[in-house]
Ligand binder design. Structure first.
Ligand SMILES: [Zn+2]
Length: 279
């Protein structure tokens, strides 16, 4: 089992220290494993696609598609009472997990869930009464404000384009973050994103493998190339090291970033990265 750089009390101590010292011109990013990221800007907290339970490992334990966890959980969602905005890019459990979101919403009474408008019914059903008053559906090209953050949904193709799949462009003070959700590359995505002048792109690298019998994503070199093509200042890879059957090494991502001159950061689970706003 891979141990997070910071987890549980140590992780929360780091979050508290950042919160106490946060200034508007710095963006703090922690990777929580899979597509989950905690973001802090000016003392406010946003959580992208958290998966902080063992629900998939339990669900598939007795099947021919076991989801053996590779990285230990970074933090109990019931302790994230400071989070005000959460995203769910689509309804696959590693991006919409009731065992993560129900305790999180119980802990953080202000937290709202940003999701593609097409998924309201499924999300409400999965979360039950925990969803009451918490959902912020966004149609393509529409925007919504949650706390100090602004969100816009962007299409995603997992592996097909559908309104049930989305990525997000989130604005946090002077920073723009692109969280792609689960997606392969599709025509027009680079053109759609380039005008947003993305500071940080958060992109999957586990690629496509039909034998896994799950919808595919960008692989490492494709993620590096997409980040380069949208003009992202930085790119961070994700969606690996969570399940043994569906992972990838970041080596090919790093090599392609270096080849195309794309600035990149490879985080370990529970690790923090700080970005200063360029003047
Ligand atoms: Zn996924």
């Amino acid at each position: 089992m891979i141990e997070p750089v910071l987890k549980d009390d140590a992780f929360l101590a780091d979050v508290a220290a950042v919160r106490a010292s946060a200034t508007a011109d710095r963006l703090f990013v922690w990777w929580l494993g899979q597509s989950g990221f905690l973001i802090c800007q000016a003392g406010d907290f946003l959580l992208f696609d958290p998966y902080l339970s063992d629900s998939l490992t339990k669900k598939y334990a007795t099947t021919d598609k076991p989801h053996v966890r590779m990285t230990a959980r970074v933090v109990d969602p019931a302790r994230l009472d400071f989070v005000t905005a959460v995203t769910s890019s689509h309804t696959h459990t590693d991006h919409l997990d009731a065992e993560t979101l129900v305790p999180l919403f119980a802990a953080s009474r202000r937290a709202k869930l940003v999701l593609p408008a097409a998924n309201v019914g499924v999300v409400a059903q999965r979360l039950g009464s925990a969803a009451n008053g918490r959902l912020v559906p966004i149609a393509d090209r529409a925007q919504a404000n949650v706390s100090t953050f602004t969100f816009e949904t962007v299409p995603a193709a997992h592996e097909e384009l559908a309104p049930e799949f989305a990525g997000f462009v989130a604005t946090a003070g002077p920073f723009r973050i692109y969280h792609s959700g689960d997606t392969v590359r599709f025509p027009g995505i680079a053109e759609r994103l380039r005008p947003h002048r993305i500071d940080v792109a958060l992109l999957p690298i586990n690629g496509r493998a039909p034998e896994r019998r799950v919808a595919g994503n960008l692989n490492g070199p494709e993620a590096a190339q997409l980040a380069h093509d949208i003009g992202a200042r930085w790119v961070i890879p994700c969606h690996y090291d969570m399940f043994e059957f569906n992972t990838a090494s970041p080596a090919a991502f790093i090599a392609e970033c270096e080849r195309v001159g794309q600035r990149h950061v490879v985080l370990r689970a529970g690790e923090r990265w700080t970005l200063a706003h360029a003047p």
